[in-house]
Design a protein around this ligand. Structure first.
Ligand code: MV4
Length: 666
């Protein structure tokens, strides 16, 4: 085994590789870009080398810098993870030339599988089933049209150099073929610098089932069963599971044999994945081979009880495969969900920003969280916005899905838009629950997955208000401890508290809905009025922004995270974002900036700060109201002009009374 391995990657997969290397007693070297200087993978490693600026091209894709880092730190092996340089044959070759062992297959195997059409021809010769089609060199338009007609409509035209769904055209009849071919060739030339295409029978509603394979330098090859990755969105996997629902022992054996044949045909060594497309009748066809460890490898680890990174390192060090095919078995069912910083309501647009609060569910034998992100880290446009992978293992698929739902309900992410609630709906949707899987599932379940926004439950408003009051009280208690004045009212422990005996209001807004909650103090509890209904509320704030509450005799557990004026209320697996409406900056609701500014509560005008007729900037103080023995400054909601004041100094004003006639600048 190696003494030292360098991990040419970042994020969760770098952390994942470091974990196994450490367990095997192998020293680890991280590489990092300037943007990742404080990243988790850098802190976990025994040593770390900065390899350049944030842009991947100048750091994680910089072959020279990475090899120099390996040489400088005495690394005898380089693990590429996935993405970046993992399937780059030139990188594998450069490693071999410089000395360190590339933890991956031989250069020739990477090259053989790199071209989709060449790989298919190779597989055809090895007896691996393919989708009926033409994968040859003749690119004459008339010839390809004849081939399409021979194959039978519909057909799919694919870029030979493509992958991941780029450069594909479905053609449903001879009349459409010429135009589709021309446009596919243009896209392939622009996207891959190679306009060659192949033509295949188009399979409707297929499943994506892939086999994990492993080879060693002694010529052994095994498969570690399948993963079903059918639940995808625009060729991005969303959920992956193992074993594949409905897979029979016979079909598994046949697919396993085909996958091992594929690996042997290219002299495969190390971890690889053979992707199959499975039609509605269950027939499987070779799609492509990925010559790396895959993102979704943990589901295979969960059902086999093995560590695939350990196998990779052993095989790369020249050891034989640890187990034979007969010694491998499946136990239970595993599902992985990819947690992304993206906004499902905005077409899954990646979301950047700081992870203000990040609390994954507790890990156990059944629940695994693979992540490189920590609270306080930023999600930047430089890299993939995956926050974590959540993997669960249960005795059955049903148990695994129940565990996944539970774990997703506990996942708390604040600071970036994320897909956690979307994933919960996806796992709960009838088609997924019944394992009615195919690559079109997400599109077909659109109505279930994107429900019209439901009302915020009463419990969420109560939780936001109670958390606010408990924080206020905690601040008052700590102020009491901080002051030396023995006569300070903060020191009174006889039940006196801020605002005792006064009823006040806390106002929160969620979308179009604003609610002002009445608050009064009843002993150690609060009476909260929401929608003219009172609830006696008490509770405590625990570490991690967790609220343990009692609302009218019912226990309630929520997490209430403060981010600016926003209160992220996590409740029953959902997250409601309520904005605290600050009465000190009260820009009258309803009327908006265009209308008058209204009193947030009953009180008395004690000063007019601005003068009628003057132009003011946004936020400029306009008048001061005294209410509940406190002063409240009413400020300009935007730049504009004070047209007139409706009350004079000393006058009483009612709750909601319009105070200032204000005209916003345009
Ligand atoms: C296909 C197909 C139907 N028929 N080939 C998409 C990505 C690339 N790896 C292969 N892909 C497909 N090839 C034939 N002959 C449908 C797809 C396909 C797909 C495949 C796997 C997973 C998700 C998919 C989503 C849409 C289309």
């Amino acid at each position: 085994m190696f003494d030292t391995v360098l991990i040419a990657n970042r994020g969760e997969i770098a952390c994942r590789v470091i974990r196994t290397a450490r367990r095997l007693g192998v020293r680890t070297v991280a590489v990092y870009s300037e943007a990742d200087a404080t990243a988790r993978h850098v802190r976990l490693a025994d040593a770390a080398v900065c390899i350049g600026p944030a842009a991947a091209r100048e750091s994680y894709l910089n072959i020279e810098r990475i090899i120099a880092a390996a040489t400088a730190t005495g690394a005898q092996a380089i693990h590429p993870g996935y993405g970046f340089l993992a399937e780059n044959a030139d990188f594998a070759e450069a490693c071999a030339a410089a000395g360190p062992v590339f933890v991956g297959p031989p250069v020739a195997a990477i090259r053989a599988m790199g071209s989709k059409s060449a790989a298919k021809n190779l597989m055809a010769r090895a007896g691996v089933p393919l989708v009926p089609g033409y994968h040859g060199d003749n690119q004459d338009a008339g010839f390809l049209a004849d081939e399409a007609a021979r194959i039978g409509w519909p057909v799919l035209i694919k870029a030979s150099a493509g992958g991941g769904g780029k450069g594909m055209r479905i053609v449903r009849g001879a009349g459409e073929f010429a135009d589709a071919l021309a446009s596919c060739k243009r896209e392939a030339a622009a996207g891959f610098g190679d306009d060659r295409v192949l033509v295949e029978k188009y399979l409707e509603r297929p499943r994506h089932i892939e086999m994990q394979v492993f080879g060693d330098a002694q010529g052994h090859a095994v498969h570690l069963f399948e993963r079903d990755c059918s639940v995808q969105r625009r060729h991005q996997k969303v959920l992956e599971e193992a074993p594949a629902p409905g897979m029979t022992a016979e079909r598994r054996a046949a697919m396993g044999k085909a996958a091992v044949d594929a690996a042997r045909a290219v002299g495969y060594v190390g971890a690889g994945t053979v992707e199959f497309i499975v039609d509605a009748g269950g027939d499987f066809h070779f799609m492509e081979m990925n010559t790396r460890l895959q993102v979704e490898h943990p589901v295979t680890e969960m059902i086999t009880g093995l560590d695939l990174v350990e196998w990779q390192l052993r095989v790369a060090a020249g050891e034989p495969l640890p187990l034979t095919q007969e010694q491998l078995a499946i136990r239970g069912h595993a599902v992985e969900a990819r947690i992304y910083a993206e906004d499902p309501d905005k077409g899954f647009l990646p979301s950047t920003g700081r992870l203000l609060h990040l609390a994954p569910p507790a890990e156990s034998l059944q629940v695994r969280v693979d992540t490189g992100a920590e609270e306080g880290d930023a999600i930047t446009p430089h890299y993939d916005p995956m926050i974590a992978k959540l993997i669960v293992h249960g005795e059955t698929r049903e148990r695994a899905c129940a565990l996944l739902l539970q774990a997703l309900a506990q996942y708390r992410v604040v600071g970036v838009a994320n897909n956690v609630e979307f994933l919960s709906r996806l796992v709960a949707c009838p088609a997924f629950a019944q394992a009615d899987l195919d690559t079109g599932l997400i599109e077909r379940q659109h109505g279930f997955l994107f429900p019209q926004h439901a009302a915020v439950p009463r419990e969420a408003w109560l939780a936001a208000a109670l958390a606010e009051l408990l924080r206020e009280q905690a601040a008052a208690d700590s102020a009491a401890q901080d002051t030396a004045d023995p006569h300070s009212p903060w020191h009174r422990r006889d039940g006196w508290r801020v605002n005792l005996g006064v009823s006040r209001r806390l106002t929160f807004r969620c979308g179009e809905t604003t609610k002002a909650l009445g608050v009064s103090y009843v002993g150690n509890a609060y009476r909260l009025d929401v929608d003219r209904q009172a609830t006696l509320a008490s509770g405590e704030m625990l570490p991690g922004s967790q609220l343990r509450a009692d609302f009218g005799g019912s226990r309630s557990a929520a997490t209430v995270v403060v981010a600016g004026e926003k209160r992220h209320v996590f409740l029953h697996g959902r997250c409601f974002v309520l904005a605290a409406v600050d009465p000190l900056y009260h820009a009258g609701e309803g009327g908006g900036a265009e209308g008058g500014l209204t009193a947030p509560m009953p009180g008395k005008v004690i000063a007019l700060v601005a003068s009628a007729g003057v132009k003011v900037d946004k936020g400029a103080p306009l008048l001061i109201l005294e209410a509940m023995k406190m002063e409240h400054t009413i400020c300009a909601p935007s730049a504009g002009t004070v047209k007139s004041f409706r009350y004079a100094v000393g006058e009483q004003v009612a709750d909601g009374a319009e105070l200032v006639e204000f005209e916003a600048a345009r």
